[in-house]
Design a protein around this ligand. Structure first.
Ligand code: 5GP
Ligand code: MN
Length: 342
């Protein structure tokens, strides 16, 4: 079944828009994850098959566990190539914004240039509560990933045969990383159907899983061990688990970018825990990650108390308080989100 967000008339208008464009840019969000990178590269390579040249821009570097991806080295990074990015955003006719739906998700600095760009904007995204900035808005908050939406865009264009192994790998990576390896409730029969079609293209899924998940360093495992041994707090009668790390602690373990990715899931994985929280001290602020089970809306908690948002079961936010003060603030407010019988 074709995803109804990609209706024929809109797609044909978009095709015309793309044909007339000289400069097409694809961008995704700050701290890009597997879905941000996978969907961007897949779209770029698909457009190339249609004879359309585009540039992929990210606010900052992708985590190293994605280094194996075909096309990763061609991505332009705002943090490193600032002038080139500003120039590209200024001269773009069309900008695809993938895996986010609020222009400031590329960061306040790059966000200014994105907001001011006169380009036609095309949102393809699966996050809740999209902002109304795009000329074409393909938003499906039920979708497990933006990568799935890229597949469905290609499918709606009747172009499945253009998907080659590198495109299949990128889409698969986005789906796997954003669906928790097909376990989150956002995983639908359609997700599995797409995975099946991608496998038929000949990708090596076992190698992809290994490339994504079996890439720990000893430092990262030591950091994880320390976090779970020393920094885990269980509250609210065993229903809330908080872990936290300060910059000093991370420095001690030679922490690299991406090391703490997924730590919050360990907090959530404890029997009886309904909400898992990770509080991390960044350079100028404290970042928070929230995860929950069943229908507990951590995005509402993030939005109400920590200027954040996200999905029902996976959200993020920020705090200008210290790590300890942030944890206190969580403790003061989290109780009402916990359920009696889960
Ligand atoms: P993570 O905990 O992996 O950083 O983020 C989980 C999800 O929360 C992301 O997929 C994203 O949708 C959302 N998220 C993270 N940080 C923010 C934020 O500062 N603002 C909003 N609106 N959403 C966020
Ligand atoms: Mn995503």
């Amino acid at each position: 079944m074709i995803n109804p967000i990609f209706d024929k008339e809109t797609l044909s208008n978009l095709e015309q828009t793309l044909k007339e464009a000289n400069n097409i840019v694809i961008i995704s969000h700050k701290s890009p994850d597997g879905d941000a990178v996978g969907s961007s590269i897949a779209l770029q390579q698909y457009l190339e098959k249609k004879g359309l040249v585009s540039s992929v821009i990210l606010p900052d570097k992708a985590p190293s566990f994605l280094n194996w991806m075909n096309g990763i080295d061609d991505i332009i990074i705002f943090d490193k190539q600032r002038k080139e990015v500003i120039d590209k955003l200024y001269h773009a006719d069309v900008i695809f914004t993938l895996d986010f739906n609020d222009q400031l998700r590329v960061g306040n600095d790059m966000g200014k240039y994105l907001i001011n760009s006169p380009a036609i904007k095309i949102m393809i995204d699966h996050h809740q509560a999209p902002k109304d900035y795009a000329n074409y808005m393909f938003s499906d908050v039920k979708s497990c990933s933006t990568a799935q939406l890229i597949y469905e865009y290609i499918e709606a264009n009747d172009d499945i045969e253009l998907i080659d192994i590198p495109i299949a790998e990128s889409i698969y990576t986005g789906i796997v990383t954003d669906s928790g390896s097909f376990r989150f409730s956002s995983t639908t029969p359609k997700t599995h159907e797409i995975a099946s079609k991608l496998l038929e293209k000949g990708l090596d899924q076992s190698l992809i899983h290994e490339s994504i998940y079996d890439v720990n360093t000893q430092d990262r495992l030591n950091l994880l061990g320390y976090t779970l041994n020393e920094k885990l707090e269980i509250l609210e009668g065993g229903t809330v688990a908080i872990i936290s790390l300060t910059r000093d602690e991370m420095l001690k373990f030679n922490t690299q970018k991406g090391y703490t990715e997924g730590f919050v899931n360990y907090a959530l994985s404890i029997l009886g825990v309904q909400i898992g929280i990770f509080v991390k001290e960044d350079e100028h602020l404290v970042k928070l990650s929230f995860r929950s089970k069943r229908d507990i809306p951590v995005n509402e908690f993030a939005k109400t108390f920590f200027e954040g948002g996200g999905h029902i079961n996976a959200a993020g936010g920020r705090s200008d308080l210290s790590v300890l003060e942030t944890i206190d603030k969580i403790k003061n407010h989290i109780g009402i989100f916990v359920k009696d019988n889960v």
